[in-house]
Write a protein that binds this ligand. Sequence first.
Ligand code: CA
Length: 474
Amino acid sequence: MRLLFLLFLGILPLRANQPNILMILADDMGYGDLGCYGSLQIETPFLDKLATAGIRCTDGYVCANVCAPSRAGLLTGRHPQRFGFEHNLNKSFPTLPERLGIPVGQKTIADHLKKAGYRTSLIGKWHVGDSVPGMLPNARGFDYFFGMHSGSHDYFPKAEKNKLFRNKSPIKKIEYPYLTDWFTHEAIGQMTLAKKPFFCFLSLNTPHTPMQAKEEDLARFSHLKGKRRQTYAAMQWCMDLNIGKILAHLKTTKQIENTLIVFYSDNGGSVTASHACNAPLNGMKGSFLEGGIRVPFIFYWPKSLPSGKVFKHPFTSLDLLPTFVAAAGKTLPPRITKKGRKRTINYDGQNLLPFLRGEITKAPHEALFWRMTMRGAAIREGNWKLLVNVHTPPALYNLTEDISEQRNLYQKMPAKVSDLWQKLNKWQESLEDTPHWQEDPYWQGYNRKLYSHDYWLTQPAKNQEYHGVREVGR
Ligand code: CA
């Protein structure tokens, strides 16, 4: 009896201590498009509150500058180049279907958390492969899936024409007229159903194109000139309200204290297509300028993380997998496995919890790396960034003194350039694979333009007209 009591004391609290994990991913959202990241036009009161009560990160990065590889890296905790996933999916590229996506056999964040005892759900955008059944969410560790396999969706879905699925079944009946509201309803449904800790990946497509918002949300921003910016602001507002609904649900059900919430965007804002604003960062989605890869990142976990902190060290979305596994009280396999001469890197991220708590004060990584073949590559080490775009001369920036990447020091600092080149090359040599497909050549022409636009490097004022880039007539 005493033994049973001790077991009860010892085991039950352990299970009860596992936090819920809610990961909310925005899509193509600008670094400067939340109130708490300096926007003067867009209102996001709930996310601002989350940032104030949690940790707002100034130097959070994604592992890729476009949707699909960024998500593949997040899901596996590995640089997606390690398994050939370097570009957005291209179904017209001559490759085998089983190579077009995250290869079956790569473990996902959901596989790890499911094994750790979690109920796992994915609500929203998948976009990391659907060419063979083994690539779909239910085969990749998710107990429940509601959303689309593709990279975007009409926000006002129609019964006769939509790309939505509930698990493996196509959706025939529209339950909510606006997709962001529907996704929220589904996410809350999953949280309610879970009889054990949940891992909910709310993979929003907001504010990715098509630019579509509800009338009542548009009305709130009727003072903004330019339909696209107005719509963008309305979509952000709607996302924020929905996040507020989720927070209210967690509060009402007394789960908020022990839920780890992470919010970020899968890549930088799409300035030309959706009139996002990355100010003070230069560049946009698709580029290796900061506006393509540095994104808003918020952590919130009242029970276990500090409140009101601003975290300034650089880190990457690849860190989320080890962070979540650690939060769940589990350990990952070794970072590197050696079999004879073969050396496999199992995951690239770091558990961020001790860094976020201030138990470790140094930066989580010595350096961060990016690459997309035919487009470019980059490394950030400390304050320094080497950017090698294939269409423009290489550049070296000091991000502490020059956050907007305006002063290229490449010619002035050859020793620093040489050091960073060597590190970037060493990382590329470690990648173990080559791209399993290439993107459509159209995007290489597009890439050239990304580095020549005249981006806004300061926030537009509350009522100021904003059309993304300053060039007239684009
Ligand atoms: Ca995206």
